[in-house]
Design a binder for this molecule. Structure first.
Ligand code: GRF
Length: 201
C-alpha cells in the first residue's frame, strides 16, 4: 500500500524535490499528499505546485500564534490522511498541539550533521555547518531522526550517513556535500516506514 506523506518546509525545498522525484520515479512507494510551509511564497511551495501537490503556508501572521498555526497545519495534514510527517528543511519547533492532533502519526526530521553532535535549539541550516567547521571536526553528515514534543534533535536515529570534512572547506562546500547525502538518506529513512517494512511504528 502506498504511504501517504505530509511534508513540512520553510525554504528552498531540495529535500522535498528529492522526495517528489523518488515518488514519481517509483523509487519510493509513497505519495506526498500535502506540503505545508511556515512561510509564504518560498521556493518549496512552488515545487509542490509544479508537482500538482496540495500546499499552503501556515504563518504566525495569519493564525496569530505559533500554536494556532501548527494546530491548523496538523488539522490539514490529518484531513489529507497523512500517515507520516517529514520535516524537510522546516525551521520551527513544532508546538505540542501538532502531536496531539496527529496522535499515532510518526514525525521525522532531517538534520544536516551527525547527531547527537551539532544539534539542538537554534542549530539549523548554515549555522550547523559553521559549527562543524569551527570545531575542526573530521567528518559530518546527516541524521534522519524521530521528532517528539518538547525535544529538539533528540529523537531516535533512523538513518545516519557520513561525509568527510576536507581541509579548506567552507560553509558552501560542506553544506553541498552534506545536502547530496541528505537527499538519499531521507528516501532511505522513509522506506523504513512503508507498510511492507513494518519494523518502525
Ligand atoms: C537542509 O540542510 C536540511 O537538513 C536542513 O535545512 C536544509 C533544507 O534544505 N534542516 P532544502 O530546503 O531541503 O533544500
Amino acid at each position: 500500500m502506498t504511504l501517504p506523506i505530509g511534508v513540512l518546509v520553510s525554504g528552498r525545498g531540495t529535500n522535498l524535490q528529492a522526495l517528489l522525484d523518488a515518488c514519481a520515479g517509483g523509487a519510493l512507494d509513497a505519495k506526498i499528499v500535502y506540503v505545508a510551509s511556515n512561510r509564504d511564497g518560498v521556493p518549496a511551495l512552488i515545487r509542490a505546485d509544479r508537482a500538482g501537490v496540495r500546499h499552503a503556508a501556515f504563518t504566525v501572521d495569519k493564525y496569530g500564534t505559533r500554536a494556532a498555526a501548527h494546530g491548523a497545519m496538523a488539522d490539514t495534514l490529518a484531513s489529507a490522511r497523512a500517515r507520516l510527517v517529514v520535516l524537510a528543511g522546516f525551521d520551527h519547533i513544532l508546538a505540542p498541539i501538532f502531536f496531539v492532533k496527529l496522535s499515532g502519526v510518526p514525525v521525522i526530521n532531517i538534520h544536516p550533521a551527525l547527531l547527537p553532535f551539532f544539534g539542538g535549539k537554534g542549530m539549523h541550516g548554515d549555522k550547523v555547518h559553521a559549527a562543524v567547521l569551527k570545531a575542526k571536526a573530521k567528518e559530518s553528515g546527516v541524521t534522519v531522526h524521530r521528532v517528539h514534543p518538547d525535544t529538539v534533535d533528540m529523537g531516535e536515529v533512523i538513518v545516519q550517513r557520513r561525509v568527510p570534512v576536507h581541509d579548506g572547506d567552507d560553509v558552501p562546500t560542506l553544506s553541498a556535500r552534506v545536502l547530496a547525502v541528505e537527499h538519499e538518506a531521507i528516501v532511505e529513512a522513509i522506506r523504513r516506514f512503508l507498510p511492507s517494512q513494518a519494523t518502525v511504528s
